[in-house]
Design a protein around this ligand. Structure first.
Ligand SMILES: [Zn+2]
Length: 59
């Protein structure tokens, strides 16, 4: 199920922590609020295999 929760697109610059909202803009700084996806962990992440392959190559 997809959530409607959005996150301040500029939170890394403006806020100490992610700011979540249900509206189109951040209630604190007015920046665009974007869909909170991608989640930190996505079992269906198509790029996960690629990232892991890169990591192996670095070691
Ligand atoms: Zn903000």
């Amino acid at each position: 199920m997809k959530s409607d929760i959005r996150i301040c697109s500029a939170w890394e610059d403006v806020h100490d922590r992610p700011v979540y909202t249900l509206s189109d803009s951040c209630p604190d700084c007015g920046a665009d609020a974007v869909n909170s996806a991608p989640a930190p962990f996505d079992p269906e992440d198509r790029h996960g295999e690629y990232r892991r392959a890169l990591k192996r190559r670095v070691r």
